[in-house]
Design a protein around this ligand. Structure first.
Ligand code: G3H
Ligand code: PYR
Length: 211
């Protein structure tokens, strides 16, 4: 997790991708990488997602490709078999905790309440995802959590458009943010690789203040 946290320091904005057609995965990987991004998340929300993870890694060796929307242990097994470099969950059930801890790659478990934050810290997770971030109070909520739970680090996702990224990254307890704005479902469907590269360049231009 430490190496991953270090990677996020240099590139703290993660595109959250939903890929309908596996043939879109290679040009999408190239477009994002050309824009300067080296960490991406593919949600397991489509039948193509697992093959897309493998295809992106093949298309751009060195690209760090994580799997999101891991809801149950079998999703995790499938994501690991596809070669996922990290794992993200929108929420974290008791059944998922042990398999997540044992999976061998960095995990960002989803949380939405202070109790869940504390539970995941007690489980040993270091970086948590507030999801859906904007709907649960956004940057103000994460700032407030720092008072009783300063050891928690967040990589929030959900409603964080380009205009909101800086306000999250300004917080001490935020190490990164995820968002779909970098490669929207429409852009992927339209094959708008140039537009995606442009958005990726904007995303890659964000840095943690003070670094
Ligand atoms: O479920 C939503 C995604 O994880 C993030 O998408 P969003 O940036 O459009 O909210
Ligand atoms: C929202 C997200 O990142 C996930 O579905 O895991």
């Amino acid at each position: 997790m430490q190496a991953f946290a270090l990677l996020l320091k240099s590139s703290p904005v993660i595109p959250v991708l939903t890929i309908e057609r596996v043939e879109d995965a290679p040009p999408l990987a190239v477009a994002l990488n050309e824009g300067g991004l080296s960490v991406v998340e593919v949600t397991l929300r489509t039948p193509a997602a697992l093959d897309a993870i493998t295809a992106m890694k093949r298309a751009v060796p060195g690209l760090i490709v994580g799997a999101g929307t891991i809801l149950k242990p079998s999703d995790l097994d499938a994501a690991m078999s596809a070669g996922s470099d990290f794992i993200v969950t929108p929420a974290t059930t008791a059944a998922l905790v042990a398999p997540l801890k044992a999976c061998g790659v960095p995990v960002i478990p989803g949380v939405a309440t202070p109790s869940e934050v504390l539970e995941r810290l007690d489980d040993g997770f270091e970086v948590l995802k507030l999801f859906p971030a904007e709907q649960y109070g956004g940057a103000a909520t994460i700032a407030a959590l720092a008072a009783p739970l300063p050891q928690a680090r967040f990589c929030p996702t959900g409603g964080i458009g380009r205009d909101k990224v800086a306000s999250y990254l300004a917080l001490k307890n935020v190490v990164g943010v995820g968002g779909s704005w970098i490669a929207t479902n429409k852009q992927i469907a339209d094959g708008d690789w140039a537009g995606i590269t442009e958005n990726a360049r904007a995303a890659a231009g964000f840095a943690k203040p003070g670094l």
